[in-house]
Ligand binder design. Structure first.
Ligand code: PBG
Length: 322
């Protein structure tokens, strides 16, 4: 044997030198849930260690995250049912607590990068991402609402918009609406390859946002498809997306890899609620080593080609690697 790959593994210093992928807190985005009110820290039972925070306590969580070097956050609003309607009109209402929180966080922590969710489902009494008419999810009719929501979020100071409804023509429409209002610096992270997945269960518990009827298969992608992910990503890049997202991540590493090879903008992966819940549950039973598993999972996404990763593990990872 003249070739013995083990020679490059014999010492930690050599292993470190030849390590091909690296993961750091810099690459992570921490998803957080926001509720209206004060002094609220309400644990999500299917996502232990994650909470619905009121603005005051959310600020403390952001402050302690920043101290760990974790400086990117995506916020989701948990809206009470009485504010939901078929038109999702609360999404851009003047008094919307989510918009106030964006403004408040950017005032207190200008160094924090804030990303939003742009879709109807947290605000819709139908629980769908678009307007519903006779059981159909409307594509084009939903666009003006998304534009109003986007502009309201931009006015509040959001850094990155996250159109997440997986319908057609979102990125271009929102880009034009933003630019027409002078918000040329606001970025768009397109949820380009978002699959109709069972892994979103805990998230829908957190927001009480599950569809009231039907499923999301006419807009989210079929988990069997990969070429279609490139079609979606290509359209979003043409329409002006700054980042392309693949979601979920762990069961879709091949899609992350494929888009990384074919796209010219950075790729992000959303390590979604169900993927994290499985790890929390097994760790709680003592069946796996939480820290080692989290590091290995996140590294696998990096190796597959993700530049950034949205993950509920973000703060724990930042804590054990500081
Ligand atoms: C919906 C949205 C969903 C998630 C992020 N944005 C759920 C859905 O499409 O039903 C899921 C994220 C997660 O599971 O962590 N706009």
């Amino acid at each position: 044997m003249n070739i013995r790959p083990r020679r490059n593994r014999k010492l930690a210093a050599i292993r470190d030198m030849v390590q091909e992928s690296h993961l750091a807190t810099d690459h992570l985005i921490y998803p957080m849930f926001l509720v209206d009110g004060n002094q609220i820290k309400d644990e999500i039972s299917s996502l232990p260690g994650n909470y619905r925070w009121s603005f005051d306590l959310l600020c403390k969580e952001i402050e302690s995250s920043l101290a760990l070097g974790l400086n990117k956050f995506v916020l989701f609003p948990a809206v009470s049912d009485k504010l939901k309607d078929p038109m999702a009109s609360y999404s851009y209402a003047e008094e919307n607590f989510y918009l106030h929180a964006i403004r408040g966080i950017k005032e207190r922590f200008p160094e924090a990068v804030l990303m939003s969710d742009v879709a109807l489902d947290p605000y819709s009494s139908d629980g769908h991402d678009g307007l519903v008419s006779n059981g159909k999810i409307l594509n084009d009719e939903t666009l003006p609402i998304l534009a109003k929501m986007s502009i309201a979020q931009a006015q509040a100071g959001i850094d990155i918009l996250g159109p997440s409804d997986m319908m057609d023509g979102r990125v271009g429409y929102i880009r034009n609406a933003l630019d027409a209002e002078g918000f040329t610096e606001v970025s768009i992270m397109a949820y380009s390859a978002k699959y109709a997945s069972a892994f979103y269960g805990p998230f829908r518990d957190a927001l009480n946002s599950a569809p009231k009827s039907g499923d999301k298969k006419t807009y989210q992608m079929n988990p069997a498809n990969k070429k279609e992910a490139l079609l979606e990503a290509t359209l979003d890049m043409d329409e002006g997306a700054d980042f392309i997202m693949v979601k979920p991540a762990l069961a879709y590493l091949d899609v992350i890899h494929y888009l990384k090879e074919h796209c010219t903008v950075p790729i992000t992966a959303y390590n979604v609620s169900g993927e994290c819940a499985m790890v929390y549950a097994a760790a709680e039973k003592g069946w796996i080593n939480y820290e080692a598993i989290v590091s290995e999972i996140l590294l696998s996404m990096k190796r597959a080609g993700a530049d950034g990763i949205l993950t509920y593990f973000a703060k724990d990872f930042a804590t054990f690697t500081r």
